[in-house]
Design a protein around this ligand. Structure first.
Ligand code: ZN
Length: 312
């Protein structure tokens, strides 16, 4: 399987982030851990029941992060898929919950409901015919029939699509499947996380990373062997220089900045989120990698308390 593995973004207040994604959007908190490179910061993972690749949105909540600014070299929008007939339910839900949203629009023949999270992150729900046949997870906040079915895809705002598009098609298994206005669509599959749209905006201002910005986008590799093969192609055919592999406990990753300026990651599908806690109770306890476990007390003391959050 090819496509998006996860999307990682920057939030402000941790509790507000938890509340929005678990209650308002009804996603499952599948892992509560820390940023392995900055252990005084949480790393929240939201997804479907198991946090399958293609459904995982993750956040670093930095309480005092300055607001980001959208622009060239950034992820412009992150879109989730819902059943086509659920768009009315969601519009109503956004009104009831005071979520800022935009009038419905059509994109590549599908209905798009754009909205923002409390940190100003640009999101959308896309009504996908047939998505009702995919399992929807629910803990009662959002009925299973209307539940989010993972990512529809992301839109990148780039000066030029060519070099990034070449990496998507040559290394990550995408195909160019359409154009609409300034947007080029690349698709890896009909499943969750299968789409990357590139909006070509030559001459726009560059973006600035901050609260509400996407930090990076990770693409799927089945295992270490496939990841290493992708890395070789990036070096040999695209002049990229990916990092050494890093063990993220739930997947193993390499990183590189793609030619358009967006930080890309390749993450393995294995081992997944049930590697250190049972599927039934994912996300309930603070999980730390082995190298941070000796520092648990200090880490717990500096993290903001989120114990009252419903999902915790
Ligand atoms: Zn990542």
């Amino acid at each position: 399987m090819s496509g998006i593995h996860h999307v990682t973004a920057i939030a402000g207040n941790a509790l507000r982030n938890l509340d929005f994604y678990t209650r308002t959007l009804g996603l499952r908190l599948v892992k509560k851990t820390v940023n392995f490179d900055d252990p005084g910061t949480y790393h929240f993972y939201y997804g479907d029941e198991a946090g399958r690749p293609g459904t995982i949105l993750t956040f670093f909540p930095w309480e005092h992060a300055a607001a980001g600014r959208g622009g060239v070299g950034q992820t412009h929008q992150t879109a989730f898929r819902v059943p086509a007939r659920s768009i009315g339910y969601w519009t109503h839900r956004f009104i009831e919950n005071g979520v800022t949203y935009e009038p419905l629009e059509k994109r590549f023949g599908e209905t798009v409901l754009a909205f923002t999270d409390p940190d100003g992150m640009s999101l959308a729900l896309v009504g996908v015919p047939g998505a009702e046949n995919e399992a929807g997870w629910s803990d009662g906040e959002v009925p299973a029939e209307h539940a989010i079915r993972g990512f529809h895809g992301v839109t990148l705002l780039l000066d030029s699509a060519a070099k990034t598009g070449a990496i998507l098609t040559d290394v990550f298994g995408f195909k160019e499947t359409g154009r609409e206005g300034s947007t080029i669509r690349y698709q890896a599959s009909d499943a969750a996380g299968g789409i990357v749209d590139i909006y070509e905006a030559k001459g726009f201002l560059p973006g600035r990373l901050g609260r509400g910005s996407v930090h990076h986008i990770a693409f799927r590799a089945a295992d270490d062997v496939e990841e290493a093969e992708m890395a070789r192609k990036l070096v040999r055919d695209h002049g990229m220089h990916p990092t050494e592999q890093k063990d993220r406990n739930y997947f193993r990753s390499i990183y590189f900045r793609e030619p358009g300026g967006v930080l890309f990651e390749i993450a393995t599908d294995i081992p997944g989120f049930a590697v250190d806690e049972p599927l039934a109770s994912l996300g309930q306890e603070l999980k730390l990698p082995a190298f941070l476990e000796p520092h648990r007390k200090e880490i717990e003391n500096v993290l903001p308390a989120v114990g009252k959050a419903k999902a915790a």
